[in-house]
Design a protein around this ligand. Structure first.
Ligand code: ZN
Length: 181
């Protein structure tokens, strides 16, 4: 599964996003990087969602991904899952306790589960997903104290920008109903 994901995941050069300290940057900065990933998805007709994972001690981006469900024909190939897999490979560890995840859309049930399972302590996202969000919109997976791990969640960063990209994507889809990708 690792090899399959990595085959198609874009591993861009990381140096440009090397940062001295995460604290020196506002969440909007990293959500902007996630938006860049979302636009990559948009350009290849994937639902435009992007994610980055940041190493909190160094402030470096150690993983970035966009939704690749169509390309991989894999229902688990959401941006967050792909980014979490990259981050785990970076640390050679499934425990991502030093990380923060930034994503352009409220995580779904599956991704919220992956966030809990990987022990990511901080999650920031752009816009709520009223149809499938699993922080507050439909389910409350990230918020429930029934989980052994409850991340801190921040929301609403660049929400309008992310929502507009998603709207544009679905508008484009509707205008080309027989686009059989
Ligand atoms: Zn998801």
């Amino acid at each position: 599964m690792l090899a399959r994901h990595f085959g198609a995941v874009i591993l861009a050069a990381m140096s440009e996003e090397s940062l001295p300290f995460l604290e020196a940057k506002r969440p909007e900065y990293f959500i902007q990087l996630a938006m860049r990933e979302a636009r990559r998805a948009f350009d290849v007709d994937e639902v435009p969602v992007g994610a980055v994972v940041v190493d909190r001690p160094s402030g470096r981006v150690i993983a970035r991904a966009h939704n690749q469900r169509e390309l991989l024909q894999d229902p688990t190939a959401h941006a967050e899952v792909l980014a979490i897999t990259q981050a785990a490979a970076h640390y050679h560890s499934w425990r991502l306790t030093d990380c923060a995840l930034f994503v352009t859309l409220e995580p779904c049930l599956m991704c919220a589960g992956a966030i809990v399972m990987s022990r990511i302590p901080q999650v920031f996202y752009a816009v709520d997903d009223p149809k499938a969000g699993a922080h507050r919109s439909v389910f409350e997976v990230l918020a429930t104290s029934k989980n052994h791990h409850v991340p801190e969640v921040g929301r609403g960063f660049l929400a309008d920008e992310s929502a507009e990209l998603l709207r544009e994507f679905f508008r484009k889809k509707r205008s080309k109903p027989s686009n059989g990708s």
